[in-house]
Write a protein that binds this ligand. Structure first.
Ligand code: UGA
Length: 428
């Protein structure tokens, strides 16, 4: 099997490396963080990702993966070099290529002849030309192979994807990269690099558009008296619309949708096309977050000293401990600015100091602890365990019984039977 180097052991790099190794390839991973490399060699996974640690340990036992802190050593015997480096949001909203380009400068003369350099992390549309120029070698090819991994289900998404996208100007390099995935049964879209890069931004931006529409529609349901759950069930059965990405919530967030929608807007702007629809999609999301914050504020009794709200969930979605661009956190910040005391429980979060949020949110060890003395409890992340909460016991700890179901997760009748006033996103 082929020798693969993966440069960067972040979320994308690690998932890519472990999954490629589990497909039978021999993989070497390099990262500048020595502490991370040491713990990975011990089989400890530094990120919260379903089944990744088990797979990592299995690959280590079978000697198909190793971790080092030297990019040049990693690439020197590798046929394939995956660049999985951070591409953070740049000053103007574009993905910043500085880490990718500086690693290329470091390794370019160490690449073996015939090697293929592959970008996996999200690079700006058109970056392929810069990358290829920067590599500056006729005997090395370049392929764009964007990732479509959701946090929390990344392993499943890698091993059982809807499609694999491979963009290259070299048919030979493209089909060699396609061979790496021969054990995966999924269609492969072979295309040029710019189209491959665009597919990535287009997919995330389209899903965000769908969600902004759905969240807007949820607000319509609230004002006309319809139930969003029923409306979306009826809509989703139309196969042209489909059932996925149709759940209303407190807004969309995470490390990808906000960054990628902004980047696509900025790229189209820079090339002279005003993608007004996408601009509205982004604005609508931030207005939706404002609206939910105001709705929660209005649920407090202004006549009394009712100033405490308990939040269930802080992560941007269930199955992750990631708070980046989390709508729940944005709502907590707005509530704090309204002078409301915010107590929160999230099964994956025990400390907020590394997120710089300790002043705005008091993190609690359980739902019962979070609701102590609160008048309103709001579900903002769809952790399935919140469905198991006994509303009667929770209600006894609260000052008043008001629940806001920000994910349409709870059994309304049970909460109402326990004396709660129930309010939901997309519901009156
Ligand atoms: C997203 C894409 O789904 C992946 O395909 C892509 O590879 C990844 O970004 C990336 O670019 O790396 P992720 O950020 O993990 O994955 O999150 P999603 O599961 O897509 O959820 C994004 C947001 O939409 C979350 O805030 C989630 O709560 C929200 N959402 C999703 C809803 O509110 N309702 C839904 O029905 C689905």
């Amino acid at each position: 099997m082929s020798e693969i180097a993966v440069l960067g052991a972040g979320y994308v790099g690690l998932t890519t490396a472990v999954c490629l190794s589990s497909l039978g390839h021999s993989v070497v991973v390099s990262d500048v963080n020595h502490g991370k490399i040491a713990s990975l060699n011990d089989g400890k996974c530094p990120i919260f990702e379903e089944s990744l640690e088990e797979l990592l340990q299995q690959c280590i036992e079978e000697s198909r993966i190793r971790f080092i802190s030297n990019n040049c050593d990693a690439v020197k015997d590798s046929d394939y070099v995956f660049l999985c480096l951070p591409t953070p949001e740049g000053e103007l909203g574009e993905a910043d290529m500085q880490f990718v380009l500086s690693v290329i400068d470091e390794v370019r003369t160490h690449l073996r002849s015939g090697a293929i350099v592959i970008t996996k992390s999200t690079v700006p549309i058109g970056a392929s030309a810069d990358v290829f120029k920067r590599i500056g070698r006729d005997d090395v090819s370049y392929v764009s192979n964007p990732e479509f991994l959701r946090e929390g289900t990344a392993v499943q998404d890698f091993l059982d994807p809807d499609r694999i996208v491979i963009g290259s100007t070299s048919d030979k390099a493209a089909s060699r990269v396609g061979m790496l995935y021969s054990r995966i049964s999924a269609p492969i879209v072979y295309t040029d690099p710019i189209s491959a890069e665009t597919i990535k931004y287009a997919s995330n931006s389209f899903l965000a558009t769908k969600l902004s529409f759905i969240n807007g529609l949820a607000s319509v349901c609230e004002v006309v008296g319809a139930d969003a759950d029923e409306v979306l069930r009826g809509m989703g059965m139309d196969t042209r619309i489909g059932e996925s990405y149709l759940r209303p919530g407190p807004g969309w967030g995470g490390s990808c949708f906000p960054k990628d929608t902004k980047a696509l807007l900025m790229t189209s702007d820079a090339r002279g096309f005003d993608f007004g629809l996408l601009r509205s999609v982004i604005d609508a999301n931030s207005r939706h977050i404002d609206r939910i914050s105001q709705r929660l504020n209005s649920m407090l009794d202004k006549e009394s000293d009712d100033r405490c709200i308990a939040l269930l969930g802080l992560a941007f979605k269930a199955g992750t401990d990631d708070l980046r661009d989390s709508p729940a956190v944005e709502i907590a910040r707005r509530l704090h600015r309204f002078g409301i005391s915010v107590r929160a429980f999230d099964p994956a979060i025990s400390d907020l100091s590394r997120w710089g949020l300790a002043e705005e949110i008091r993190v609690c060890g359980s739902a019962s602890e979070a609701v102590q003395g609160a008048s309103v409890v709001a579900v903002l992340t769809e952790w399935p365990e919140f469905q198991q909460i006994d509303p009667s016991s929770l209600g006894q700890l609260m000052k008043r019984r008001v629940v806001f179901d920000g994910r349409l997760l709870l059994a309304r009748r049970d909460w109402e039977s326990a004396g709660f006033t129930y309010v939901g996103v997309g519901r009156q």
